[in-house]
Write a protein that binds this ligand. Structure first.
Ligand code: FBP
Ligand code: MG
Ligand code: MG
Length: 280
């Protein structure tokens, strides 16, 4: 069974250069909406289909779910695999960073983050990198054009002295308690917000700090999805010595109720997440 975990990580790595190269011709909107009610880009649909085909073919993968498809695909016996095929796809038009997010759950989907056995993401930045968390270790790789990975940072951990923050959502839509927290953080750290969770979280992992897509007045449940985004990113950040929260508890402890359920997401250095929870 554990081979299926490596296989899933390998499939995402090997697909990354292909996904990157296929983006240029797929920047247009389709007429379709995903299960979260967002208009899909041609690239979202294409990356979803490519990853679905390859991940469901792995022996030991029993279920596949994606932000870009309604239901869970049953494909055999074994792990539940989730993907956000393209994270931050509204960045495709202005040609800014985007990512791909993978979660491997040893449980039926939707599943608690405590059932994750691995999580990983690809960052399509100036170079293509991949961060993989497994068995408590986090490794950063450069992904070569042929899809092979070269480790560049082993035992990745958050720097102790945080320097950056990035918070999503419109400021007037923030709740008072999140606004109060943001004001404190603005005094201490430097704003870096790129509009793709993966890019924004990767700089928190690199420089230390905090990323949030918070609860909003108009949408207390926030924007990001627990199964495809919140849990895998929490698993990576916690494995790197940081912390995660939905405002009350670790994202990994949140109840999994529906495959596309949303959640507020707060991840970063432990002290910064503790302060957030203390003010909530
Ligand atoms: O445009 P906003 O409101 O800042 O939202 C940005 C957030 O939405 C997302 O783009 C949602 O992910 P998708 O692009 O996969 O739907 C996150 O990557 C990002 O953190
Ligand atoms: Mg996303
Ligand atoms: Mg997406």
């Amino acid at each position: 069974m554990s081979d299926a975990i490596s296989e899933a990580i390998g499939v995402v790595a090997r697909s990354a250069p292909e996904i990157r190269n296929g983006l240029a011709g797929r920047r247009r909107k389709t007429d379709a909406e995903n299960a979260s009610g967002e208009t899909q880009l041609a690239a979202d649909v294409w990356a979803d289909e490519l990853l679905a085909e390859r991940l469901t073919a792995i022996d030991g993968v029993g279920q596949f779910a994606s932000e870009e498809r309604e239901g869970v695909v049953e494909c055999g016996e074994g792990y539940g695999v989730t993907v956000d095929p393209l994270d931050g796809s509204s960045n495709l038009k202005p040609n800014n960073s985007m990512g791909t997010v993978l979660g491997v759950y040893d449980a039926e989907l939707p599943a608690s983050g405590r059932n994750l056995v691995a999580a990983a993401y690809v960052l399509y930045g100036p170079i293509t990198t991949m961060v993989v968390a497994r068995d408590g270790d986090v490794t950063e790789y450069v992904v070569e054009d042929d899809g092979t990975r070269r480790a560049v940072t082993e035992d990745l951990t958050l720097p102790e002295d945080p320097t950056v923050y990035g918070f999503g959502g419109r400021v007037p839509d923030w709740t008072d308690r999140f606004g109060d927290y943001a004001r404190e953080i603005e005094d201490e750290l430097k704003l870096r917000y790129g509009g793709a969770m993966i890019g924004d979280v990767n700089q928190v992992l690199t420089y230390g700090g905090v990323f949030a897509y918070p609860e909003l007045e108009s949408r207390p449940e926030g924007k990001l999805r627990l199964q495809f985004e919140g849990n895998p990113i929490a698993y990576v950040v916690e494995s790197a010595g940081g912390a995660s929260s939905n405002g009350e508890e670790s994202l990994l402890d949140a109840d999994a109720e529906a495959i596309h359920q949303r959640t507020p997401v707060y991840v970063g250095n432990e002290g910064l997440i503790e302060r957030l929870e203390a003010g909530f």
